[in-house]
Design a protein around this ligand. Structure first.
Ligand code: ADP
Ligand code: MG
Length: 286
């Protein structure tokens, strides 16, 4: 490989907002068979909004916001914003605990309360009515979290994170090159499938805990090289494990450090451009 060609190639891509950090990704790119995407913040805008509150909405939102004060998750931001918009006072809470891929819990007025998905519920039972309402909301591509106090679920909050306007085009460009597209997410199957259908993703792997994202990438590597596109702290191991790690420029520092390619413009269509440019650069220098 001639260093000059490498620099020319990467210099040109840099002007397009595609940073190629090393030569290794260039070598892998010709053999990429699968492109795996994180969902939140990568395929979707990553700024979820609360759309529905089931139960006594002031109470449900109030408790949820009180717990989410200490969380930096996009869902937490959505809940706090909604509580503030509704002019609710957000009470303090103690002993905050984030449970990865599940939700959060804390103590309010001496009682343990929680917000999160069904994996957080353990022995707490949910009425059939709430289950039906949850299923309906999930089919509308909304993420639903339970809000509970002690051993009792007091309501649901539905949160919607719309796909980015360019996601559909970005996916179809990759598919037109014969690449398989996959969504890998900690969110549940129903919501993830609804969003995948909106943007044309071939396959969904849902309910994946952050610690298991890298293992999922390895599974797909059994059938060829893998590119992984992500933005979050929880995507860093998958970005390093993939043959081509592609980080969104808007992502967390650790994601950007872990990616071999960084998309400065945060345009998902640049995944296709990055792969094409890398191929051209590699074929020139080899
Ligand atoms: P993703 O892969 O989509 O970025 P995460 O692993 O961050 O997902 O979260 C997976 C799921 O865990 C969320 O969809 C939600 O159900 C639950 N969860 C995680 N953090 C929180 C939180 N702070 N509040 C409520 N629910 C949460
Ligand atoms: Mg994400």
């Amino acid at each position: 490989a001639t260093p000059t060609a490498l620099m020319v190639g990467t210099g040109r891509s840099a002007r397009m907002g595609i940073l190629i950090k090393n030569g290794e990704v260039l070598e892998a790119v010709n053999d990429v068979k699968t492109v795996i995407f994180d969902k939140t913040g990568t395929i979707t805008v990553g700024k979820p909004q609360v759309t529905d509150v089931i139960g006594d909405s002031a109470q449900v939102l109030g408790i949820a916001a009180s717990l989410e004060q200490s969380s930096e998750h996009p869902l937490a931001t959505a809940i706090i914003n909604k509580a503030k918009d509704s002019k609710l006072t957000i009470e303090p809470s103690q002993d905050f605990k984030a449970i990865e891929g599940k939700g959060v819990q804390a103590v309010i007025d001496g009682q343990t309360a929680f917000v999160g998905n069904d994996k957080l519920l353990n022995d707490v039972s949910v009425s059939d009515e709430l289950k039906t309402q949850m299923a309906t909301l999930q089919q509308e591509a909304k993420t639903v979290v339970f809000v509970g106090e002690g051993q009792r679920v007091i309501g649901l909050i539905a949160i919607q994170d719309a796909p980015k306007p360019t996601s559909k085009d970005a996916i179809s460009a990759l598919k037109s090159q014969g690449l398989k597209t996959v969504m890998l997410t900690g969110d549940n199957q129903a919501v993830s499938q609804a969003i995948a259908d909106q943007v044309g993703i071939d396959q969904v792997v849902a309910d994946v805990l952050p610690a298991d994202k890298a293992d999922q990438v390895k599974k797909f590597q059994a059938s060829g090289k893998v590119a992984f596109v992500g933005d979050g702290i929880n995507d860093a191991p998958a970005l390093s494990t993939a043959d081509v790690g592609i980080a969104m420029g808007s992502g967390t520092d650790i994601a950007i450090e872990s990616g071999g390619i960084v998309l400065v413009k945060n345009d998902l269509r640049d995944v296709y451009k990055a792969l094409e440019l890398s191929k051209k650069t590699f074929n020139r220098i080899k």
